[in-house]
Design a protein. Structure first.
Length: 174
């Protein structure tokens, strides 16, 4: 089990994806670039979040709100491992998960789906998040790989740059 520190997310569960993304942007560090970067990655995050069924998922965390990752080993390729975060649709599903809740330092808290995806980008040790979509079924999930989100962000960024450049007509064109 790997633990990674994450920010506090306490939002209204009824927030739609646009509201969740705006909340991320509004609460970004005001360092002169982070809010603008978040605005640029928001379309990719929204695209991926739109493929998932729930506006929020429960993520297992420590009492200091660090997210708990599990290390999974590949059954067919020995020595190949990946760190994943599990995201559950209900608290009941968390209780049926592989986490050892006899450990009093573990809790499960609701996190907006867009925040999970954005945080996954910041957690370099994380390979993917497995979203369990069907309440009552913690055996089949939808895996979202960090690399796939990064690729989508790069494509969106390139498309935006291309769109912006077509309107940047040089002043000395005549």
């Amino acid at each position: 089990m790997v633990v990674e520190e994450t920010p506090d997310y306490s939002l209204d569960a009824g927030m739609n994806l646009d509201q969740q993304l705006q909340d991320l942007i509004d609460h970004a560090p005001q360092d002169g670039s982070t809010p603008q970067i978040m605005e640029r990655v928001a379309p990719a995050i929204k695209t991926v979040a739109g493929r998932l069924r729930h506006p929020q998922y429960y993520v297992v965390q420590t009492l200091d709100q660090s997210w708990v990752m599990l290390t999974l080993a590949n059954r067919t390729q020995t020595g190949r491992e990946k760190n994943v975060i599990y995201a559950f649709p209900t608290l009941k599903d968390v209780a049926a998960s592989p986490y050892d809740f006899s450990d009093p330092s573990l809790i499960a808290l609701p996190v907006p789906v867009t925040h999970i995806l954005f945080q996954m980008l910041a957690m370099e040790q994380t390979h993917s998040t497995i979203f369990f979509e069907t309440p009552g079924n913690v055996t089949i999930g939808t895996e979202i790989e960090r690399a796939d989100i990064e690729k989508l962000i790069q494509e969106n960024w390139r498309d935006q740059i291309d769109a912006d450049s077509q309107y940047n007509i040089p002043s000395d064109i005549a």
